[in-house]
Design a binder for this molecule. Sequence first.
Ligand code: NAI
Ligand code: MG
Length: 322
Amino acid sequence: MTEEIVVIPGDGIGQEVVPAAVDVLQATGIGFEFVEATAGDHVAAEGGDPLPEETRALVADADATLFGAAGESAADVILPLRDAVGSFVNVRPARTYPGVDAVKPDMDIVFLRENTEGVYAGHESRLTDDVSTLTRVVSKSASERLAEYACDYAPDGFTVAHKANVMRETDGLFRDTVQSVAEENGVETDAALMDALAMHLCLRPEEYEVVVCPNLAGDVLSDLAAGLVGGLGLLPSANIGEERALFEPVHGTAPDIAGQGVANPCATVLSAAMLLDYLGYEEEGDAVRDAVEDGLAHGPRTPDLGGDASTADVTNDIIERL
Ligand code: NAI
Ligand code: MG
């Protein structure tokens, strides 16, 4: 069976780093069928929908999708795409690499971020000239599904981020549900107030391995972690659904460097490694991660990591190490 991978470069450096990651996937020797699709500002600029229905339908039907980034249309592209794969968890690993300058040299944390509700569920309204409101949605069912995934992912235990001392109903439900599912599965957890957790992550990140978060907290805490490990050029992510998944770097379109051929491809290559794991090619996924790690320690580097290599130099080096 040949797996079909939908590939959406999107805008800006997405056009540079996604083809690089496809080259790496091809170098694994697994015979994927790649189907390229369009989305983003450049589609809207030609009068189209930033997320064409054809692209959405391809993603909803593919074995997996690799996405780069969209510019100003990001929310109109990525939220419906996460929806198209039925994604209930956003997996965001943040780790340091030997030889890469990081604020915190010894970090290896995975954030499991709730991906469907919280404050991003979209019930905002402008009540009067003076006042806007937002309804925050937390459900027991979504919290349970996330918790079950977390128990599989981290059988040795995890931390639950919350702010249930203030948001008693919503985060109280989130924390209590996640912790009780973990208890039923014999998985140890500790609960941490998200603001204090932000501080602890800065001071002692080596004490954390897996952190399960409500949507907004996961967004913010994982970007904080990105800063601690040496920047956005290294952070991959996976949007996992029951039957489909979409993989993307955490970074955006980087308009300040787009078109120069110097974008760091590692975040997208590492996202492709997560895609390999998801499709059951864990050995190949590990090989890609090892090649990236080896390259970061001994090979050429892009300017964001203090080097002067191009996207192509780094990609070719990773492929050689594979
Ligand atoms: P950004 O991630 O695009 O860039 C932030 C900084 O990090 C820039 O200085 C950029 O040069 C650098 N950077 C990011 N990725 C890099 C890489 N692979 N190699 C080297 N340097 C890298 O975030 P920003 O500037 O806030 O947003 C730019 C555009 O991207 C906006 O239009 C935003 O809407 C969009 N965006 C899209 C996302 C998505 O599609 N998932 C996510 C975040 C932003
Ligand atoms: Mg973000």
